[in-house]
Design a protein around this ligand. Structure first.
Ligand SMILES: NC(=O)C1=CN([C@@H]2O[C@H](COP(=O)(O)OP(=O)(O)OC[C@H]3O[C@@H](n4cnc5c(N)ncnc54)[C@H](O)[C@@H]3O)[C@@H](O)[C@H]2O)C=CC1
Ligand SMILES: O=C(O)C1=NCCCC1
Length: 315
């Protein structure tokens, strides 16, 4: 008889999850997704429930990995929120189940998982698609995702300069106080991205903020915001000039305004590049359109649970 589920909350998840273990698990999971083998991953396009009164959405993200014996679902709410609002834009919980019996093994905070797995997948996109001689990273937006992207990008790559742009001075100042290394604060998006080799867009904008005319040919863009079919972060010029990669082709065609409204073609999934079935076009301008996938949460939560069990079994 299974016992009650364990509850693993934010600070514990923060203690247990490390990029050096998370990144290889995510790479493996992305490869499995793109093989479309239902014994490896079943992950339907997520259900999205509008919370119209609150200008938000609830997303349900169930995932089953039969061979790996992983069954989970994330519940994540996200809201448009005005700048200066003290309320979080994203709130998430991950439920981990035992696939053999269907009982819940663990309920865990999903905020740290969402922050870290999203940033880790963007860093994987950079590992696969960014030029190796990249020196300048620009981050647009200074919220939670901006911080996790700063952490993993500076852990995995050696940039000479990290630039940041925020709509508000307070946002940029808060970001600079929160990170451990030097940052150049830029007064405009154009100033931040001109000459940058890698650009991360992590804003809540619903209109384009990054324009192709400012982007250096051969740069790599990880586009993380704009996760609704009518929301944009990138303009048509950039979307049409770049070679576009996505985490999930189905997800991108259903949810990404940058892809749907620009008419850009998804060249490949990151998993196709990992599996060697599609090439990496490092020499060209590349866009990785990230929307987030349940499988990323599933393997992250399983990793947290494994680490928790290992710690709990120590005398
Ligand atoms: N692809 C994925 O897997 C995930 C995507 N997201 C998306 O990433 C984005 C950032 O998420 P968080 O960092 O958690 O949010 P946050 O609220 O912590 O930060 C959002 C940032 O965007 C800025 N911003 C808000 N409106 C803007 C506008 N109109 N133009 C320019 N900047 C604007 C804010 O000042 C803030 O710096 C959101 O769009 C969220 O939906 C979040 C989690 C996972
Ligand atoms: O994958 C996720 O988690 C999210 N994706 C889009 C916006 C909110 C969270």
């Amino acid at each position: 008889m299974a016992g009650p589920p364990v509850v693993i909350w934010k600070q514990e998840v923060e203690r247990l999850l490390r990029y050096r273990e998370l990144v290889p698990r995510l790479e493996e999971a992305l490869g499995k997704c793109s093989r479309r083998d239902r014994a490896e991953v079943i992950q339907p396009v997520r259900t999205s429930l509008p919370l119209q009164k609150h200008d938000g959405f609830l997303l349900l993200m169930p995932t089953y990995m039969e061979k790996d014996k992983v069954l989970s679902t994330k519940l994540v709410c996200f809201y448009k929120r005005e700048d200066g609002s003290t309320l979080p834009a994203v709130q998430a919980t991950v439920v981990l189940l035992d696939p053999e019996y269907g009982n819940v093994k663990a309920v865990m905070d999903g905020e740290v998982i969402t922050g870290m797995r999203t940033a880790a997948v963007s860093a994987i996109s950079a590992k696969l698609l960014m030029r190796p001689e990249a020196e300048v990273l620009a981050i647009l937006g200074t919220g939670k995702q901006a911080l996790s992207h700063y952490d993993v990008f500076t852990e995995m790559f050696l940039f000479k300069e990290v630039r940041v742009w925020s709509r508000t001075r307070q946002g940029a100042e808060r970001f600079c106080r929160s990170v451990s290394g030097p940052v150049t604060v830029c007064a405009s998006v154009e100033e931040a991205v001109r000459g940058a080799d890698a650009i991360v867009t992590v804003t809540r904008s619903t209109e384009p903020v990054l324009f192709g005319q400012w982007v250096k040919p051969g740069a790599h863009v990880a586009a993380v915001g704009a996760c609704r079919p009518d929301w944009r972060e990138l303009d048509d010029v950039l979307m049409k000039e770049a070679v576009v990669y996505a985490d999930s082709r189905e997800g991108a065609m259903t949810e990404s305004g940058d892809i749907i409204l620009s008419g850009a073609e998804v060249f490949a999934e990151l998993g196709d590049v990992i599996n060697g079935t599609k090439p990496s076009h490092r020499e060209k301008t590349t866009v990785f359109k990230s929307l987030g996938m349940g499988v990323e949460d599933a393997v992250s939560a399983e990793l947290v649970f494994d680490q928790w069990k290992a710690k709990a079994s120590k005398p």
